[in-house]
Write a protein of this length. Structure first.
Length: 295
């Protein structure tokens, strides 16, 4: 591989940096940076990332990272590479699992809940009300419509549009800026930038260096990179084809159809490579039933 450092947009890369007990200081630093001092996470405990529904036939959820801090607050952190028509619905659905699991058996529970944060790191520009926004960080809470005041502050959705972050190294100011720069540019770097001198980045660049992987880690990373590239290339190809075929007034529809066709093609390739239907569904955003019909 030509890259010196891993691509954090891949499943392996993201979970290596943010989803392991060994590297949890990276996740702690990122969370504290994202909340601009409103959070002071001292420690995190990783929780089971596979969540089952209430019924046998209910769709399960598999989170990239699921943890709680020392105050019992829950964090779901997802790296999302593929645009989904109902991505907002998916994040709402995901947030129901850490809410529901707090229910206590017996008659003494007073319905007190600890805060839940659902964080989507998006490798695409969001749509549905955000496509024209210049900001790349969006924080959503339940709000009283007339006063615009927060009605319930224990349920927070954060959407981060990585492509919109365009600061150069010389423009990095906050720790959040620095983390965003890493998320967007890590796999293109050949050395550690001078602006990233904090101790936590020493750890990050050590863990991200591909030459230090053993054979098994390298194989897992290569497979993850190939899956990531298949998804990106298939979607881009399908979008271009639909865009070229569509009439002027149908450009947006053509791109949407292209994305859908690209995702289906990726799912078929992944199944042919022996990847489980459950993992294909999770990575593409398709339902397990939709994936099963492709076999």
């Amino acid at each position: 591989m030509a890259e010196k450092y891993i691509n954090p947009h891949t499943d392996f890369g993201f979970k290596r940096l943010f989803g392991s007990e060994f590297n949890k200081e990276l996740l702690i630093s990122f969370l504290n940076a994202m909340f601009h001092g409103e959070q002071n996470v001292q420690d995190v405990t990783y929780l089971n990332s596979e969540q089952l529904g209430d019924r046998v036939d209910a769709r399960r959820a598999i989170f990239d990272v699921y943890c709680e801090n020392d105050k019992g607050e829950k964090f779901i952190v997802e790296m999302q590479n593929v645009y989904q028509e109902f991505f907002k619905d998916r994040t709402i659905y995901y947030s129901t699992f850490p809410i529901r699991e707090q229910a206590q058996r017996g008659g003494d529970w007073d319905f007190h809940l600890n805060p839940v944060y659902t964080i989507g790191l998006l490798n695409f520009n969001f749509a549905d009300g955000l496509e024209n926004a210049k900001r790349w960080h969006h924080e959503v809470k339940l709000m009283e419509v007339d006063t615009h005041e927060v009605f319930y502050d224990k349920l927070t959705y954060i959407y981060v549009e990585i492509p919109k972050f365009d600061k150069k190294e010389s423009e990095l100011e906050s720790m959040y800026d620095k983390w965003m720069y890493v998320l967007k540019n890590l796999s293109n770097l050949m050395q550690r930038p001078a602006a990233l001198q904090e101790r936590v980045f020493t750890r990050l660049f050590e863990q991200a260096e591909i030459s230090k992987f053993d054979k098994q880690e390298l194989k897992l990373y290569e497979d993850s990179v190939n899956a990531y590239r298949d998804i990106v290339n298939a979607i881009r190809t399908a979008e271009k084809k639909k865009y070229a075929e569509g009439r002027a007034e149908g450009r947006a529809e053509g791109r949407a159809e292209g994305r859908a066709e690209g995702i289906v093609e990726v799912a078929k390739k992944m199944l042919l490579k022996g990847i489980s239907a459950e993992l294909v569904a999770e990575m593409t955003g398709m339902s397990l039933d939709e994936v099963s019909k492709l076999k």
